[in-house]
Design a protein around this ligand. Structure first.
Ligand SMILES: Nc1nc2c(ncn2[C@@H]2O[C@H](COP(=O)(O)OP(=O)(O)OP(=O)(O)O)[C@@H](O)[C@H]2O)c(=O)[nH]1
Length: 360
């Protein structure tokens, strides 16, 4: 292990062997292992000083296991590290309680150990829950079999402190562990939702999202008699941008246009990439007149706000088609009308807005 790796191992900096997406997991295991490593090192000295050398030896074992867990975590083998942590916590809890008695409070660590065993993805659900239950059985056995402990003469005066200290630390570890799992799960869920509902290039909502959104929004809006408009916008002669400047420059234009369009609508409106160089907007609580005026202004402003980095003069413009609901229309029908209006706008020479209302 190089000096740099050792530095990373003892400072918690992300080692090259750990992927960015696992850094949070790495750091949580790192922090837990490092603090346990430190606590058990103190225990080695403490039990040596109060003349219980057997417990010093047990803590040497604990320190070694935590060092191993740190190493496994460092090399990205997080499940191995969790497995080692779980084994150390339960073995230490059993030995220390058996030796010092229930009043030492070391048995409380069996609860976080049970949780760790249950969440370890390396173990199957059956095995991990069996280990979890095993920890609970051990907890009960320790109370019934070795309540007083095999040796607690010199330790008795520290027992109260250790009972409270171990109870608090075991409780904190449990809550910290569960919170960490919750945060990791929530992040993963957010990521999955993003993957399913957002367009990768522009980060706007995708077609799947807007379709399901509209099927929920439409009946409510119709029921409450709230007007709304659907707008389809399409970049003009976009093929020329790709052909002249290349596909990557075309992508950059799509990103710039998306960003610009998003900031021009209200946060309550829904902006989505309908496909290719086409965008769909849902303008809530908006009449056809209001939508037309707003979109016409955006249409006028686009060429001055979207710039293509090139020596060749390429002007970016868009055409728009708008359809307004009147309370009885289906959104598929509205989209169809907006599309027909967009087609008309293209036919009229592009860089313009065409709108129409649907009735009954
Ligand atoms: N760079 C890039 N280009 C895309 C993407 N999606 C679609 N396109 C391009 O958009 C262009 C669309 O071309 P056309 O359908 O002929 O439309 P147009 O050139 O904009 O002409 P009009 O719509 O009639 O004004 C094609 O060249 C596609 O390759 C994308 O994600 N990135």
């Amino acid at each position: 292990m190089s000096a740099l790796s050792l530095y990373a191992l003892f400072t918690g900096r992300k080692p090259p062997s750990v992927k960015y997406k696992y850094y949070r997991k790495y750091f949580i295991i790192y922090a837990a292992s490092m603090s346990s490593f430190a606590v058990h090192t103190v225990f080695i000295c403490f039990f040596y000083v109060i003349n219980i050398p057997i417990l010093s030896v047990i803590n040497v074992f604990s320190v070694s296991v935590w060092a191993l867990a740190l190493r496994e975590n460092y090399y990205g083998r997080h499940s191995n590290a969790i497995f080692l942590a779980c084994a150390e916590i339960s073995i230490h809890a059993v030995l220390a309680t058996a030796y010092l008695g229930w009043s030492s409070g070391f048995q409380f660590y069996l609860w976080p150990a049970a949780c760790l065993a249950t969440i370890n993805p390396r173990l199957g659900v059956r095995l991990s829950s069996a280990i979890g239950f095993g920890c609970i059985v051990l907890f009960i056995l320790l109370k019934t079999v070795v309540d007083d402990g095999l040796y607690n003469f010199d330790f008795r005066k520290y027992a109260d402190f250790f009972y409270v200290f171990n109870g608090i630390i075991a409780g904190i570890s449990l809550i910290f562990g569960i919170c960490s799992i919750r945060v990791i799960n929530e992040r993963q869920e957010e990521k999955l939702t993003d993957l399913a509902t957002k367009d990768e290039l522009t980060n706007l909502f995708n077609r799947r999202y807007i379709n399901s959104y509209l099927s929920e929004y439409e009946p409510d809006a119709d029921l409450e008699n709230r007007p709304y408009c659907i707008v389809l916008g399409d970049l003009d002669y976009f093929k020329k941008v790709n052909d002249t400047l290349g596909h990557y420059a075309g992508d950059d234009v799509l990103i710039d246009v998306s960003r610009y369009l998003k900031q021009r609508f209200r946060s309550s409106d829904v902006v989505c990439r309908w496909g290719g160089e086409e965008f769909l907007f849902l303008l809530k609580d908006t009449s056809l007149r209001q939508a037309h005026d707003l979109v016409e202004k955006i249409c006028r402003d686009i060429p001055d706000n979207i710039h293509v980095c090139s020596s060749q003069r390429i002007r970016i413009t868009m055409s728009f088609g708008i359809a307004a609901s009147t309370g009885v229309s289906q959104h598929e029908q509205l989209i169809k009308v907006a599309d027909e209006n967009l087609y008309q706008a293209k036919k009229q020479g592009r860089n313009c807005v065409v709108s129409s209302e649907i009735t009954g």
